[in-house]
Structures are given as C-alpha cells and as structure tokens.
Design a protein around this ligand. Structure first.
Ligand code: F6P
Length: 342
C-alpha cells in the first residue's frame, strides 16, 4: 500500500490523537503516505484531505480532541453512499483506511469494507458500548473525570447536608455511571440498562438519612436513564444531525423530585462535555496506541472489515459485522456491584 487514510468520526474521545499519532508514525516508518481525512466522512466528500507529516503529530499524545476534527456524519445512511466514498478515496489515491470511531462510525466502516475497500477499525468512544472489545479509547478518562467530580462534590454535599446528583453521559449504556459510582463511592447509580422506580430511589435515600443517620447523599444518573413512571424524561427536545434526541436534563428533574418528595435539599451538576474534552489518562493513551498499532498491522496483512479489539487483555481482530448497529451494555454483575454500596 502506498497511501493509507486515517479518519476520526463520531463524538470526540480522549486518546483519539494518540491513535492518529501512532498511525502516522507507523506509516512514515514503512514508507507509506498517511492521508489525514479531516471532518470525518463529510470532509472526505468535501476534499478536506491531505498527507500528514511527522510534525503534525508532535506533542499530541497528551491532548484531548482530534487534530483531524470530527463530525456526526450522515454518509452511509443512504444507498449509494459507499460508491460516493469510494470515488473520493480513489481521487486521493487512498488504498486502505483506518476508521477511529464508535458504533456508528464502525458500522460505516463495515459498509465500506463490504464494497471491497480495505478498512480496519479502532473502537473509540467514552461510552464504552462497542461490542467485541472489553473497553474503548476514551472510556478510562471519562470515568476518571466523573470520579474526580464525585470526590469533589462530596465536600459541598456534606457541608450543606444536601443530596448531590451528578449527571454523566451514556445514551444507551451506563458504563461511565456505574464505574464512576463504584470508584467515587456514590450511594446510587441510575443507568439506561435498568428502568427503576422513583419509590425505590426515595426508599434508598430515606434509609440512608433516617436509619443510618447520614446528612448527605451522592447519586449518579446517566443521561439515558429512565424510571418506570416516565417522570425522568429529558428536558430538551432538540435533535442531533442523526435525528437522535439530545439527552439533557434528567439529573435536574431527579434532584427536583427528590427535594420535593423527601424534603432533602438537592442539587444537580451536569458533567457534560468535560468527559470528552479532558486530557487522556495514561491508560487511554496506551490503549489507543496499542489498538491503532494493531489496526495498522492488520491492514498491511490484508485484513479488512475488522476492528482491533481488546479481549481478555489481548488485542485481536474482531469482525465488524457483529458490531454494526450493536451496543455493549452493562451486565447484571456490574450493576450488582454498584448496588452493594448503596
Ligand atoms: O460520544 C457519545 C456521547 O458521549 C453520548 O453519551 C452523548 O449522548 C453524546 O455523545 C452527545 O454528543 P454530541 O452532543 O456531540 O452529539
């Protein structure tokens, strides 16, 4: 191969630049042109494409975001889109492609691979919900950011005798919610995988305050969490480019309901994009480097339609067919562990 394209797609995640860095370095060392495709698939069609140089990736392993920029693109949603992408790749002389992205981007990669173009994926999303891999680039940093927030919120919760609700990201999967709740010692974690009853939330908090004599509580709620009665619906109705509702506001509603029902002063903090835009922790830099290095090897070895996944600590090729459109959700065992401390 003389030219390998690199594209970063979907929501940005800490560690993405570490992916780009190793891919550029491996290409240059092998005498291959690394072609940066900017602005995701939209940029491929618009022609924001250029050969990357060593200088482009100096000092980026420790930075959040992506030097290639990203987008939630609509390419590959319509029949005929793969042909448009193939034409654009051919116009830039790209002979193989590495796609760094989450479920949507890896689904697009799978469609492109089916049309015969050599494509290998790298799983990257703070949500940690890509099937076929134990973890994804960006997740560890998001958990650390949420854990730090919980550690800090405890001071105000305790000083003012309040219930502190922390709203974290997680549209379909509550990985950030559950893992940060375990690490940050939260009293309750509410996640999309398990619809809950508001009465159970009240009982749990009442027991903590009235039986165990605590003056404060810490609750983590994922943005996609829902209660059985439908009280906790997102406040905003705006949609993103893919037509998905923007999830905002469940934490505010939850804090308001807790305060009005139990009389405990309650406040909500929405952690939001700090989970995505914080500098990657070392574990994400290393994971990004390992997976992207493996993706490069796989592409050169003639593999296509796979991603470099981490299974049982080992990096191995995972068929993209089994990933397309899927979601890796939290197991009952993980949920049980978070419950132990409530
Ligand atoms: O990257 C996935 C995610 O973190 C989801 O948890 C969240 O719903 C979404 O990003 C919001 O991203 P944006 O506002 O960029 O579409």
């Amino acid at each position: 191969m003389r030219r390998i394209g690199v594209i970063t797609s979907g929501g940005d995640a800490p560690g993405t630049n570490a992916c780009v860095r190793v891919l550029v370095r491996r290409c240059l060392a092998a005498g291959i042109d690394p072609v940066g495709i900017f602005d995701s698939w939209d940029g491929l069609l618009a022609g924001t494409v250029r050969v990357l140089e060593r200088e482009d990736v100096v000092g980026i392993v420790q930075t959040a975001g992506t030097i290639l920029r990203s987008a939630r693109s609509r390419l590959f949603l319509e029949p005929g889109d793969a042909e448009r992408a193939l034409e654009a790749l051919a116009a830039h002389g790209v002979e193989g492609l590495i796609v760094v992205g989450g479920n949507g981007s890896l689904t697009a990669a799978s469609i492109l691979a089916e049309s015969g173009f050599p494509v290998v994926g790298v799983p990257k999303t703070i949500d940690n919900d890509v099937p076929g891999t134990d973890t994804t680039v960006g997740f560890r940093t998001a958990v650390q950011v949420a854990t730090d927030a919980l550690d800090n919120l405890r001071a105000t919760a305790e000083s003012h005798s309040r219930v502190m609700v922390l709203e974290v990201m997680g549209r379909n999967a509550g990985w950030i919610g559950v893992e940060s709740a375990i690490a940050g010692g939260a009293d309750l974690a509410l996640v999309p995988e398990r619809a809950f009853r508001m009465e159970d939330v009240y009982d749990r908090l009442r027991k903590r305050h009235e039986v165990h004599g605590r003056n404060y509580s810490i609750v983590v709620v994922a943005e996609g969490a829902r209660d059985e009665g439908g009280i906790l619906s997102p406040v905003a109705s705006a949609k993103d480019r893919l037509g998905r509702p923007r999830l905002e506001g469940v934490g505010m509603v939850l804090a308001r309901e807790i305060e009005s029902r139990l009389g405990y002063p309650s406040r909500c903090t929405v952690l939001g994009y700090l989970q995505r835009s914080t500098a990657p922790v070392a574990a994400d830099r290393i994971l990004a480097t390992r997976l992207s290095d493996a993706a490069f090897e796989l592409l050169l070895a003639g593999e296509s339609g796979v991603m470099a996944g981490l299974e049982g600590g080992q990096v191995s090729p995972v068929d993209l067919h089994g990933i397309a459109g899927g979601n890796r959700r939290i197991s009952d065992a993980d949920l049980r562990l978070a419950d132990v401390f409530g």
